[in-house]
Each structure stands twice: as structure tokens, then as C-alpha cells.
Write a protein that binds this ligand. Structure first.
Ligand code: ZN
Length: 208
């Protein structure tokens, strides 16, 4: 028997088909968080271009404001962008409702100003969700974006570890990686191996 809680659970999208109902069955999505970063984002974009993979970049508003040309390049190369808050405060969900809303709307303005495209998806910093976050997103008609494959690349566990975890991806999965917030050499190196293998398995990368 399924026990349901009294409050209707709202949860972030964790699978491609939570966001894109009509995506092909073999779709996967690579999400790249915490940029744009002047050192790592160009390397990420170069790699994606070489491997023929499209990704979804979860942008920090302050970074988008500082590096608008990188936002433009991301979009010009066919990738998608989402809102990842203005300054990436953590723990995000502990902020009051006004602060949470401001973080989202400020980033929305910064990203739209930089790239001319208004994101429809929001990813909470640290994946830290709460009722206040969901409520703000509902008001703003934005969709909460989670993930289901997390290689913990931000913690720099070693390229081999990141690679092994990413290779667990199956059709429908949303993968989490980072191109900002620290040294992302392991992430780039791992994806150099992983992306061709996942493509060879017949997985199709889609943007969200
Ligand atoms: Zn982040």
C-alpha cells in the first residue's frame, strides 16, 4: 500500500521526460552548473562542439552579468540555459520567501539581459529545495530542475570516479556536471571519455 503524505509533494524534475514529454526514448540530458566561468566554460564548449553534444547550462546570474559573451556563445552553439540563482547562496532553502524569490528574479534578469533568452527552468543551488522555493517557482511559472546522475565532480574525487559514475547513465537520465565554482579539469577530462561512449550506446543528448 502506498502511503501518501498530507501535503502534495512537489519535486524537481529528475528525468528528461519529466521536462520534455515528447523527448525520444533514448534521450539523456547533460546539465552543466555554476558558470559561466572565463576559464572552464570555453573548454566545456570546445569539448561539446568536438563531440557533437548539446547541453543545458545552469547559469549563476552574477556570472552571466560578468561574462555576457559566454552566455551568448552558449546559446549561439545550440545549448540551453537555466536559472541557477543570482549568487548561489547555500543553504538556499533556508532563505526567507522574499530572498528566495529575489535570487530567482535577479538571475532571470541577468541571464535574459546577457543572452536575450529567458530561462524556463530553475535549479536550486546544491539541489536544496523547499516549499518556499517551489512556491516562488509556481508564481514565476518556472519548472524546478533536479538530476538523477550525480558524479560529485564538484568535490574533485578523481577523473576515474567521475567517469565511472557518469557511465552509469541510462536513457532518460539527467546528468549533473560543473563548469564553474572551482577547478573543473577532472570534469572536462572525464567528459572527454564519457560523451563518446554514451553516444556509442545509442543515447541521444537533448537540451532541456
Ligand atoms: Zn550550483
Amino acid at each position: 500500500m502506498v502511503v501518501r503524505t498530507a501535503v502534495t509533494a512537489v519535486r524537481p524534475a529528475r528525468q528528461v521526460h519529466d521536462v520534455l514529454l515528447a523527448a525520444p526514448a533514448n534521450a539523456v540530458a547533460l546539465t552543466v552548473d555554476d558558470g559561466p566561468d572565463p576559464l572552464w566554460t570555453p573548454q566545456m564548449l570546445d569539448l561539446l562542439h568536438r563531440t557533437g553534444v548539446l547541453a543545458t547550462f545552469s547559469l549563476i546570474g552574477a556570472q552571466a552579468h560578468a561574462y555576457p559573451d559566454l552566455v551568448k556563445r552558449i546559446l549561439a552553439e545550440g545549448h540551453a540555459v537555466t536559472n541557477h540563482s543570482m549568487t548561489h547562496p547555500q543553504p538556499f532553502s533556508r532563505g526567507n520567501s522574499a530572498t528566495i524569490r529575489q535570487q530567482i528574479t535577479d538571475a532571470q534578469s541577468a541571464i535574459t539581459d546577457a543572452g536575450g533568452v529567458a530561462p524556463k527552468l530553475f535549479r536550486a543551488p546544491g539541489g536544496d529545495w523547499s516549499a518556499a522555493v517551489f512556491s516562488a517557482l509556481q508564481d514565476l511559472q518556472m519548472v524546478p530542475l533536479g538530476w538523477d546522475i550525480d558524479p560529485r565532480d564538484w568535490s574533485r574525487p578523481g577523473t576515474g570516479s567521475v567517469t565511472t559514475r557518469l557511465l552509469a547513465a541510462r536513457a532518460g537520465d539527467i546528468l549533473l556536471c560543473h563548469d564553474g565554482g572551482g577547478n573543473r579539469a577532472q570534469t572536462i577530462e572525464s567528459l572527454r571519455t564519457v560523451l563518446p561512449i554514451l553516444k556509442a550506446r545509442g543515447l541521444q543528448f537533448v537540451t532541456l
